[in-house]
Ligand binder design. Structure first.
Ligand SMILES: Cc1cc2nc3c(=O)[nH]c(=O)nc-3n(C[C@H](O)[C@H](O)[C@H](O)COP(=O)(O)O)c2cc1C
Length: 426
């Protein structure tokens, strides 16, 4: 598959407006303004573009459900918070192609008839956020953002909000609070943000990778988009691969590419003599998959059927020299630190899980700790306020199941069996 989303991306030298336009950039505006907004929503829905921010919800359906008669003003929020460990795809889009993002936000806002767009950027991506801000100013000067864009009668204000820097800010309701200047605690989801979002007005949030597909769908059609995927997947997909592979990195491939091809061809496979222990398919809050799952197409439904989630399509690879207990501890420490602290089960519970896990990882755990971890995880997930804690316990529970023998061995021998392997230089 030829690159679509990364075609005009220069990692550290983003194209300016003139260069982007000379390569066909902003052509989708004409294609959009020639259509009624509801026609665009139909095309996006027919393309089966599923949200790239984690949950995989249909983008077109989300837009249609917001309702054409939603009261004004309406907002579109483009999510570039990207703080999920193992995930670095949105960073690439931000730093390498700000005008591609602006074009996508304009046509998406037009489809939603939103008069204001906020692009929310991860705090650590400040330089990229400033570059995006400069690109918006360039687009404003050229009449591509602002009043009566290209004579279409459509008005759109666009601004960048650089996050204070917290994983929870990526959760859409916490993000709304952050943009409004409040502490980024998640909100109740009733009413939905599409009814009462930013400043109580209808608000649609989409991940940036989701949105940058929209101009291409408008220019080439929904059938073209669907045909780009394989094994039932639709469209191009950005995959991040990290961990124990030769060539970790970002790969744009057909949605539905099997995990085996991704890990062993594109990411160069494992070091010589090593075998695959398992992999996380979709970022830190997804369940581990095992070597038997290597032929699973990397698409939302097949990965769910295999017992995990495609999530952000960010694969973290473990080989037979990686201690799965320590990997899980590393993730749990991240979630413990990033809990927003708003609800007690999450604020106090996840650090406690990490503490128990640390005891096991160091060889000082007891057999009953394994039961305790499972029981507590269930309670924490059930009693907490938002989707953060249920996501945080997923890698823990799945690690306990997938790598049970490793946990037992830490407890039985009183040490981490991988210490010897790694010290011997294997
Ligand atoms: C704890 C938490 C963190 C999240 N972080 C992100 C994020 O960094 N980027 C993102 O696009 N979505 C993130 N999401 C999902 C968003 O809430 C939202 O569903 C998504 O931006 C919708 O976009 P999509 O439909 O295009 O996928 C997060 C969700 C949770 C529960």
């Amino acid at each position: 598959m030829e690159a679509v989303l990364t075609r005009h991306i220069e990692a550290n030298a983003p194209l300016d407006l003139e260069a982007y336009r000379s390569l066909g950039g902003y052509r989708s505006l004409d294609a959009a303004f020639a259509r009624k907004p509801e026609e665009i929503i139909e095309i996006v829905e027919a393309a089966n573009l599923r949200g790239r921010g984690g949950a995989g919800f249909s983008c077109g359906l989300k837009w249609r459900l917001r309702g054409a008669d939603a009261p004004r003003p309406r907002y579109l929020v483009c999510n570039i918070d990207e703080s999920e460990p193992g995930t670095f795809k949105d960073r690439y889009l931000l730093y390498g192609g700000p005008h591609q993002i602006i074009e996508a936000v304009i046509v998406s806002a037009y489809a939603l008839q939103a008069e204001k767009a906020v692009i929310f950027v991860r705090g650590e991506y400040g330089k990229g956020g400033h570059g995006l801000h400069r690109a918006i100013k360039e687009a404003e000067m050229a009449g591509l953002v602002g009043s009566n864009i290209c004579g279409s009668g459509f008005d759109l204000q666009m601004e960048v909000h650089i996050s204070g820097g917290r994983y929870i800010c990526g959760e859409e309701t916490a993000m709304l609070n952050a943009i409004e200047g409040w502490r980024p605690n998640p909100r109740h989801k009733i009413p939905r943000p599409s009814v009462k979002g930013l400043w109580q007005h209808p608000t649609t949030t989409n991940n940036v990778e989701t949105l940058v597909n929209v101009p291409h769908i408008l220019l080439n059609g929904s059938d073209w988009f669907r045909a780009l995927g394989i094994n039932g997947g639709c469209g191009p997909k950005l995959f991040c691969v990290s961990g124990m592979v030769h060539h970790p990195g970002l790969f744009e491939l057909p949605c539905g590419t099997p995990a085996r091809e991704l890990i062993f061809e594109h990411a160069g496979g494992l070091a010589e003599g090593r075998t695959l222990l398992g992999f996380i398919p979709g970022g830190a809050s997804t369940a581990f998959l095992l070597p038997e799952h290597l032929d699973v197409p990397m698409d939302f439904d097949p990965v769910a059927k295999a017992g995990s989630r495609l999530g952000t399509a960010s694969v973290i690879v473990l080989d037979d020299t990686t201690c799965p207990v320590r990997v899980t501890l590393n993730l749990m420490r991240f979630f413990a630190r990033e809990s927003c602290g708003f609800c007690t089960p999450c604020r106090d519970g996840i650090p406690y899980l990490a503490q128990i896990l640390a005891t096991i990882a160091s060889g000082e755990g007891r057999a009953e700790d394994l039961v305790l971890l499972e029981e507590l995880s269930g309670i924490i997930a059930l009693q907490s306020f938002c989707a953060f804690a249920p996501g945080a316990i997923i890698p823990l529970i799945s690690s306990l199941h997938c790598f049970h023998d490793h946990y037992e061995s830490h407890i039985d021998t009183g040490r981490c069996p991988f210490d010897a392997v790694n010290k011997s230089g294997a």
